[in-house]
Design a protein around this ligand. Structure first.
Ligand SMILES: *Cc1c(COP(=O)(O)O)cnc(C)c1O
Length: 350
C-alpha cells in the first residue's frame, strides 16, 4: 500500500446488512414485505423522467409537507439520505475528536461505526437485564466531554420501548448543552399510548432532536430518505454538513407520494402490529424468551445458542439477523412469511 489510509480504520467494524438468500424468506432488515403502492410507483416513474436535472437540494416541497404534517416550522426540519446519514450528520455537527457520544449497547449497529468514522470518542452503556435502555446508567455516563446521546426508542434490535415518565425524567437530567437524539425509526409501529411521540416531547426542549425515516413503515428502504426534527439552530447545523443533493429527486417524490397515501401505509402497519402480537405470543408459548416489542420485529436473546438458531432458520429458508453470542432479531413479515418462520422456530431444539 502506498497511499496512507487512516490507521484507525483497521479497527472499524463493518456495517453488516441483512442477507438476501435466493428462495428464502428475508426477515433480516426490518423492511416491510409488501411492495410500494401503485400511486408511489407512479410518482417514482414521473420523477424518473426528469433525472437529467439535479434534485432540489433543500427538498423544499418535502420539508414543507413534513412541517405541516408535524406542526413544526420548516426551519426545524433537515432531510438526509436515510436517517442513518442524519445520525452521522448529527455527530459531525456536534463533535470533534475530544468529544464524546453516549449510546446504549446493543442498539443500532450504525452508532459505533459513525462515531468512529467521524473521529469522536464513544461510551457504550449496557442494556438492562430486561433488554431495555438503562436510562439511569446513560445519564450517569454523561461527562463534561459528552456532546450527544443516542436514545433509540423502540430499541433496535431488542424492540423494547421507553415510556413517557422515564424518558421525561431522563431528559430533565441531561445538561442543556448536550443533544439528545431520539431515534424513532419504528415510531409508526408503536401502539402503547405511554410510549411518547418524540416530536411532542421535543416541544420546548431545545436539546432534543428526533429522527424518523421513510425506510421502515413507509416502505422506501431502497430510496434512502429520512428526516430530523430539531430546534432551528440544530437543523441549520445539519444542513451545513449535508452532502449536497444526497436526497435524490426520485426519493423526494416518493416520500411525498407516501405521505399522500399515509392512511393506506399506516393500515399496513396495523397489520404488521397484529402479526407481531401473534408471533410473539406463539414464540412465548413454545418457550422462547421474547422481550416486549413496540417495533416491527422481535428479539430472541438466545445467547450462545444464537448461531445454531441462525443456521437452523437458514436450513428452513428463513433469513434472520443474528448477533453471535447475543440473540437474533426477526422482522415481522406477511402472515405466510411469519408462519414459515414460526414453523422453523418450533422445530429448533438446540
Ligand atoms: C433502520 C434504522 C435507521 C435508519 O434507516 P434509514 O434507512 O437510514 O433511514 C435508523 N435508526 C434505526 C434504529 C434503525 O433501525
Amino acid at each position: 500500500m502506498i497511499v496512507r489510509i487512516r490507521a484507525d480504520l483497521e479497527r472499524l467494524p463493518g456495517y453488516v446488512p441483512g442477507r438476501t438468500v435466493p428462495g428464502a424468506v428475508k426477515l433480516a432488515s426490518n423492511e416491510v414485505s409488501l411492495g410500494p403502492l401503485p400511486s408511489v410507483v407512479e410518482a417514482i416513474a414521473r420523477a424518473g423522467a426528469e433525472v437529467n436535472r439535479y434534485p432540489d437540494s433543500a427538498a423544499t416541497a418535502l420539508v414543507d409537507r413534513l412541517a405541516d404534517r408535524l406542526d413544526v416550522t420548516p426551519d426545524q426540519i433537515a432531510v438526509g439520505c436515510g436517517s442513518v446519514t442524519l445520525c452521522q450528520q448529527l455527530v459531525q455537527a456536534t463533535c470533534g475528536e475530544a468529544d464524546e457520544v453516549v449510546f446504549p449497547w446493543r442498539s443500532f449497529e450504525a452508532y459505533p461505526i459513525i462515531v468512529q468514522v467521524v473521529g469522536a470518542r464513544q461510551t457504550r452503556v449496557a442494556l438492562t437485564p430486561g433488554h431495555g435502555l438503562d436510562l439511569d446508567a446513560m445519564a450517569a455516563a454523561i461527562t463534561p466531554a459528552t456532546r450527544l446521546v443516542f436514545v433509540c426508542n423502540p430499541n433496535n434490535p431488542t424492540g423494547t420501548p421507553l415510556r413517557r415518565a422515564a424518558l421525561e425524567r431522563f431528559l430533565d437530567s441531561v445538561p442543556s448543552d448536550v443533544l439528545v437524539v431520539l431515534d424513532e425509526a419504528y415510531r409508526e409501529f408503536v401502539t402503547d399510548a405511554e410510549v411518547p411521540d418524540g416530536v411532542e416531547l421535543a416541544r420546548g426542549r431545545d436539546n432534543v432532536a428526533v429522527l424518523r425515516t421513510f425506510s421502515k413503515a413507509y416502505g422506501l428502504a431502497g430510496l434512502r430518505v429520512g428526516y430530523c426534527v430539531a430546534e432551528p439552530d440544530v437543523a441549520a447545523a445539519l444542513r451545513k454538513v449535508y452532502m449536497p443533493f444526497s436526497v435524490n429527486s426520485v426519493a423526494q417524490a416518493a416520500a411525498i407520494a407516501s405521505l399522500d397515501a399515509e392512511d393506506e401505509l399506516l393500515a399496513r402497519c396495523r397489520d404488521v402490529v397484529a402479526e407481531r402480537e401473534r408471533v410473539r405470543a406463539e414464540l412465548l408459548s413454545v418457550g422462547f424468551e421474547v422481550p416486549e416489542t413496540q417495533a416491527n420485529f422481535v428479539w430472541l436473546p438466545l445467547g450462545e445458542r444464537t448461531q445454531a438458531f441462525n443456521e437452523h432458520c437458514l436450513e428452513n429458508k428463513v433469513v434472520v439477523r443474528a448477533f453471535a453470542g447475543e440473540g437474533a432479531r426477526v422482522t415481522i413479515g406477511t402472515r405466510e412469511e411469519n408462519d414459515t418462520f414460526l414453523s422453523a422456530a418450533r422445530s429448533f431444539t438446540a
